[in-house]
Structures are given as C-alpha cells and as structure tokens.
Design a protein around this ligand. Structure first.
Ligand code: WT7
Length: 654
C-alpha cells in the first residue's frame, strides 16, 4: 500500500465524544478491559457465557471448546440450534411489525419488509426447497443480485440445514463452474438478471454456461427469481421460477435443529495457489460472533437504521447483512445499485432518505466518492448518522479524515474493522465508545481475541516493530476447514513454522508503542483490489490458459482508488508485440481474464517481454517486477539474470 509510510507516521488520536461514550454498549476503556480480563481469566467460561446469553439454543451445550484434534477446533459442539430461528422467529413475539429490510433497487424503487413478513417469506422459500428434495447437509449455490430474495434464500437454506455457498454476481461462468463443482451443489438459486447502474447484467445465462462447461452433474435444480423480466430459457426438468416454487407452500416451516458445528455456509476466497478455497463456517460460533460484533463494534440499538454497503457475495454481506443485523433485530438498508448511479451522491441520498444511523463501507468506495464529489455530502442531511465503519483494507488517513469530517460531521466514531473471510467477523477494531481512534489503525483486538505480531520463529516482536499477524487461541467464529481439503486448511492457517499452534492470518502488521495494530497488507501472493482478494496465481493461470501466452507473472501496484491494481507481465509464444499489435493483444488478454475469473480480476496494465526476470534456478523475481511496475529505479543486483535487457523491455508500457 502506498499509504503505509504515512499510516505509520500518523499519530493523531481521536477520542469518542462524551455523549457517545455515555450511551455506548461498551462504555469506556474500563468496560473494554473488564471484558478482556474476563476472557484472560477463564477463556472458555467467557465464550460460554456469551454463547448462552446471545444465542437461542434448542439443546443447550455443555462442552465449550474441544481442542482434542487441533487445528480442527469445535465450539459448543454438543448443543443444537438453528441460525434462521435465531434471526427471525426470535422477533415474532417482540417486534413482528418492525421493518427488517428497506430495499432500494437500482432504479430507486423502495420495498419494505417486516420481520413477520420476512419470516413467512423465508418459510415458504424453505418449504419450496424441501419440496425439491433438498436435505440438511446438501450444498446450495446462490448466484443472485442484491435483493430481499437473496437474503431470504440464505435464510431458507439455513432453516432447512442446507449449506449455502454464495457466489458474487460479478464472477464469470468459469469461476461459478469451479465453485459449483467443488461444493458438489445439488441446486443453484439465481435470478434472470440484475440491474447495476441502469444496466442489465445476466445471471441465469451465466449459470447455464457454467453448467454446460461440465463438472456440475450434482446440480439437479435451478430456482430462478424474476428480477429483470428479460427473456431467458428455462429447462423443463431442472428449472423452476421462484414464484411458482413458493406459490402453494405453507408460510410456516419448522426449523431443522442442527449441531452447533453444522456447516452454515461455504464461501470461496482466493489464496496463494490458483484454486480458490472453500472457507467452511460453523453455525453457532459464527452466529455468536455476528451478534456480538453488532453489539460491540456497531454499538447496536433497537432504534438504529443499519446499512452495510457490501454485496452478499462477500463475507461482509454474510455477517453484516444476511445474519448479524437480523439476529439482533435491526432495521437495515439493502441496496441493489452502485454508489455512482445515477450520480455519485447516491450513498448520501440514501442515508438522508432512510435516516441511516450506522454506515459501513469500504475505503475504496470512500476514495472514489471523494474523487467524484468531495462536497456532495454537504447537499444532504446526514445528521442521523452516529457511527461509521470501514472494512477491506487499511484506510489512508486523508480518506479517514474526510469520512470523519464531511460524512460524520466530526460527531461519529469510525470503526476500522480488520477481519477476513476466515475469521467470520471483526477481530481487530475500535470499540466506538471505548477505544480512542488513530486514522489508519484498526486499533485493538476484541475481548477474547488473542492477536499478536510475531517474527518468523513465532516470537512476539517488541512494540514499535513489524512482523506477522497471528491469533494465538481458537475463537468461536473461526474457519473450520477448507471444504474438501483439510490438509490445505492445516498447511495454510496452522503452518509448521509456528509448530502448528498459531492461526496465520496472512497479513503483515506492526504494533505501536500504545499497543495499536497497524495492518501492512498481505504477506502472501494475494492482492487486495478494491477490498477484494485476488490471488496472483489465479490471474496467471488464466493468462497462460490463452493460446497466445507462454508465461505470465502478476504483481500489485499501489493505486489511489483501488488500493492495489493488477499489473501483468506476459511472454507470448510468438514474438514480443509492439505498437498497435501490443495494444490489441493486451485488450484481448484483459477481456480473457475478465471472462475467466470476473471483471474485478482484469489487469490494469499488461506489459510484454521476451522473457521474465528469473534467478538461475528459474524463479521469477517478483520483487523486481513490483519495482518495475511502480516505475522505481532498480537498485538490486541483477547480475544473476540471464538476460538483463528484458528489464528495459518490461519498463515499456503498452
Ligand atoms: C483481507 C481479508 C473482511 C471482509 C472484507 C475482506 C484485508 C480487511 C482490513 C482492515 C486492513 C484489511 C486484510 C485481510 N483487510 N479489513 N480494516 N485494515 N486490512 O475480506 O476478502 O477475506 O480479505 O483484507 O489483508 O487479510 P477478505
């Protein structure tokens, strides 16, 4: 990240206002410390108390943590519950008519649904899935637009004990095929299309294409939600419209009680090898963390209007749209569109319109909105806001200050939440009524989360220096395994380097003299583009799969809006192209990557060489490539290179 330097020199401290502290769920540093101490004194008792206080159990648990087969930890594993029951049924007596979701479509159409209505909608959906023969433990892929139906689809799966795997609507047919095949999904829930920024984007045709690629024989059913009304082909035996499926279903559905460890969902994310990992989450531990962080990080109050701008295709949309807000009984905004359509004031307009009180978005969105209209928030009444949040990457102090002043009116604390698909929910974040903020730092671990910064040998580094971010004890919401690949789970997250004892987050971090954590970015071959994780190997594999390409190497380059941009160095099978030809081939390859993975993976820039810089043993010198991509002077010794002229070639942009 370009801003690491400035981040580390940032030492302004922002205290939450006395007013905020007074009303906060965790009020003041002493309250935070008391919880940390409770966890220190009896770790299991701490989590057991929280799990009893926050979840509704069908069968209460006795055993809190099972560490008998590390790193395959189990939490509350003799208990039984249902996630959908915990999100919906629990509100039926207390607040049936409270609005659960305010949905705003791309074109501005608003739909509100109450808890009672959502409950019935989910029950009908669940009964529909049951009528197709979908059973507990079956995997169901969801490839849907942001909608009430997408949330209902996830909840319906949870209700019948089916494990959902949501695939972001921007992913290609090929990516979808990989995920369907890996999960062995029996059904795909999708829509005819989706609307984004006034444009219609097909979904069902992409699923058809994915299935036609082969390897998806497990899929017996496709349920299609009619969103755009566009003309699509339905396959008689396999496909059914959602409206037909639910039409004659009862609007009540007894939840299937599952074990605490039952896989609630699988969510694929990129790693340092080519193949995405199916991160498997539990039911109880995961949901507990979703609830706790709604209360702790987001200081949730019944009167809040909560808005998380993520897509349900990412983990943020799972924990802070589909589960967390519902479990605590929040009113939340769900938005189909994009922040820049029809104008780059859409976010501010919506906050104003719905009286949003807690707003959660990504630094990349903030940076692009500053660029497109730093003064636009001033045209709207944003006084309903009381708390702001960010997620996905470090936020640069300039963007933080703008967010704080222009959006939050200097009144709203900002929670910079560090977490990952694998962690289930926030792990390091300010508690807004307790921990003073420093722009660019995610501050302190949550109570009960044992984070540390260590060196290669696993020794804690001194305060004030950098190292590797690890988590020293298992926590309830952690990843349980990689679907179908427990060995990879072990190797990736509990490597031998630390005797298999610490969870390795894959991020570098430093801790300052006050004990604040500063995230420095990934230490593996993973890029963070607009807050989305992309494996360099994945993009390289896509490139070399093209007929023209002999070899490819992908690196990240700091980008002022996206955080990081994808830069690809390519060696063709034929001659190195120049001039117009290089432009054409670069475009072909960019489109190819978009088609293979999804638009987010398209390289920003492609450069061609006769070769790549390699060591004698044939290893690509990525550090050199990163320097070249940034336009830096090469100061390293390059005498070991076979062919130093290629460095000059690679400096040339297309
Ligand atoms: C990676 C996880 C967690 C939901 C969104 C991304 C980076 C995430 C922060 C933050 C600095 C952050 C890390 C992490 N990251 N939040 N507040 N400050 N870096 O989930 O795709 O699983 O990516 O995103 O590098 O490892 P993900």
């Amino acid at each position: 990240m370009s801003n690491i330097e400035s981040v580390l020199h940032e030492n302004r401290v922002f205290e939450p206002s006395a007013e905020f502290v007074k009303q906060a769920n965790i009020s003041g540093m002493s309250a935070y410390k008391a919880l940390c101490e409770e966890a220190d004194q009896d770790y299991e008792a701490f989590w057991a108390r929280l799990a009893r206080d926050n979840l509704l159990w069908h069968k209460p648990f006795d055993k809190t943590l099972d560490e008998s087969n590390p790193p395959f930890f189990k939490w509350f594993h003799d208990g039984e519950l249902n996630a959908s029951y915990n999100c919906l049924d629990r509100h039926l007596n207390t607040q049936p008519n409270k609005v659960a979701i305010i949905f705003e479509a791309d074109d501005g159409t608003v739909t509100r649904i109450t808890y009672k209505q959502l409950y019935h909608r989910v029950c009908q959906f669940a009964n529909g899935l049951k009528s197709l023969g979908i059973k507990p433990g079956d995997r169901v892929v969801i490839y849907m637009p942001m909608s009430i139906e997408a949330v209902a689809a996830m909840q319906a799966c949870a209700r019948i004990g089916a494990t959902h795997s949501v695939v972001f609507g921007g992913f290609s047919a090929k990516s979808l095929q990989d995920r369907i095949g890996d999960a062995g999904a029996v059904a795909v829930l999708t829509a005819d299309g989706q609307m984004r920024g006034g444009k219609e984007i097909p979904l069902k045709p992409v699923v058809d294409e994915a299935i036609a690629m082969g390897g998806c024989d497990s899929v017996k059913h496709m349920v299609v939600y009619k969103r755009t009304g566009s003309n699509i082909k339905m396959q008689d035996e396999r496909d059914v419209w959602l409206s037909d499926l639910v039409q004659n279903q009862l609007d009540v559905c007894e939840p299937v009680w599952v074990n605490a460890e039952h896989p609630l969902f699988i969510l694929y994310t990129s790693g340092s090898t080519g193949k995405p990992k199916g991160v498997q989450h539990s039911t109880a531990g995961y949901l507990l963390h979703a609830i706790l962080t709604m209360k702790w990080t987001f200081d949730f109050k019944g009167s809040d209007v909560f808005w998380c701008t993520a897509d349900v295709g990412w983990v943020t949309g799972h924990t802070y749209i589909a589960y967390g807000p519902l479990a605590v009984g929040a009113t939340q905004v769900v938005f189909e569109g994009v922040p820049t359509y029809p104008k780059p004031d859409r976010f501010w307009k919506l906050i104003n319109e719905f009286g949003v009180t807690v707003f959660y978005t990504a630094p990349t969105a903030i940076r692009s909105l500053i660029k497109l209209g730093a003064d636009l928030p001033k045209n709207y009444d944003l006084s309903s806001l009381r708390l702001l949040g960010t997620v996905g990457e470090p936020i640069n102090p300039e963007a933080w200050i703008w967010y704080y002043e222009t959006v939050g009116g200097k009144r709203c604390p900002i929670v910079d939440t560090w977490w990952q698909t694998e962690t289930g929910g926030h792990l390091i974040t300010p508690l807004p009524g307790a921990i003073p903020m420093k722009p660019g730092s995610c501050t302190m671990p949550l109570p009960g989360i044992m984070c540390d910064v260590v060196d290669e040998t696993g020794e804690s580094v001194e305060k004030g220096s950098g190292g590797i971010l690890v988590i020293k004890k298992p926590w309830p919401a952690m990843i349980r395994t990689i679907w179908g690949d427990p060995e990879r789970f072990k190797k990736t997250y509990y490597p031998e380097d630390f005797q298999g004892k610490y969870y390795l987050a894959g991020d570098g971090a430093s801790r300052d003299l006050d004990g604040y954590f500063w995230i420095m970015g990934r230490i593996d071959d993973v890029l963070n583009v607009s807050g989305h994780r992309l494996g360099t190997m994945e993009i390289e594999s896509a490139l070399v799969a093209h007929d023209l390409v002999a070899e490819a190497a992908v690196v990240g380059r700091p980008h002022d809006v996206k955080g990081e941009a994808v830069i690809a160095f390519v060696v063709l099978k034929g001659d190195r192209p120049t001039g117009e030809e290089s432009k054409e081939i670069a475009k072909t390859l960019r489109d190819w990557v978009g088609k293979d993975i999804g638009a987010i993976a398209k390289p920003e820039e492609i450069r061609f060489g006769d070769n790549l810089p390699k060591t004698r043993s044939g290893k690509i010198m990525r550090r050199l490539l990163r320097a070249i991509a940034k336009g830096e002077e090469i100061t390293q010794d390059v005498s070991t290179l076979e062919n130093p002229q290629i460095l000059d070639q690679l400096k040339e942009t297309v």
